[in-house]
Design a protein. Structure first.
Length: 229
């Protein structure tokens, strides 16, 4: 069931990409929005947007993922927790990149920006890879954190990080609004579906340590009972 939901969302985001990339009037309106966001220029905003561009870019994102996996494994004291984090980050992020290759939407024209800060990226535009990664990173914490008190805080932090990243991509003129929308819709659904799949899968999920200890105790007790009889 969860695979069907994820597949349906993938198809829907792909269809959205075909619509926005194929309609010149939508592209023109979105270009105006990008130019307007870039027009609100300030040094502190430059610093935030450029930092996000580097940290959540393809090269550093891999390092951030490795760090998140290691930290999760150490905190949870479980290789399974680390593996779940890796799955929840990598697969939704990869799904966004696959759609990017399929749609092949050109980037916004950066010559129209009042304050250009980047060399125009050579990759395709839809959906936003930075936004997809930031959202997947936040969702991995939301899905794996136990306890509603911590999960609520994780939701707030994940939302702020995702929306700030989405804003930064428009501020830098690297993406259209619909590029971020595609990632913001696709990744949470995929993350939740993968969270349920990895939580429910008996083939993938190892037995909890408590169950292993209980099983050994039952075997030992059974052996003692047999010898007594």
């Amino acid at each position: 069931m969860f695979w069907l939901i994820a597949g349906a969302m993938f198809a829907a985001i792909e269809a959205l990409g075909l619509i926005v990339s194929g309609d010149s009037s939508i592209t023109a309106a979105e270009t105006n929005a990008v130019v307007a966001v870039n027009g609100f220029h300030a040094p502190v905003l430059d610093a935030i947007a450029l930092t996000i561009d580097v940290v959540f870019g393809p090269r550093f994102a891999v390092l951030v993922t490795v760090l998140a996996v290691v930290v999760a494994g150490l905190i949870g004291r479980s290789w399974w927790t680390a593996l779940r984090i890796a799955i929840l980050i990598a697969i939704p992020w990869a799904a966004a990149d696959i759609i990017k290759v399929i749609i092949q939407r050109p980037r916004p024209d950066m010559t129209l920006l009042a304050h250009p800060l980047l060399v125009e990226p050579t990759s395709f535009s839809y959906p936003s890879g930075h936004t997809a990664f930031a959202t997947a990173l936040g969702m991995s914490a939301v899905v794996t954190l136990a306890g509603w008190r911590y999960r609520a805080a994780a939701v707030v932090v994940a939302t702020v990080v995702a929306l700030t990243t989405a804003w930064s991509r428009m501020y830098l003129g690297a993406h259209y609004p619909s590029d971020m929308l595609g990632s913001l819709l696709l990744v949470p659904v995929w993350s939740l579906c993968l969270g349920m799949i990895t939580r429910n899968s008996r083939l993938l999920q190892p037995r909890p340590r408590e169950e292993e200890v209980a099983a050994r105790d039952r075997v030992a007790h059974s052996g003692m009972t047999t010898e007594d009889s």
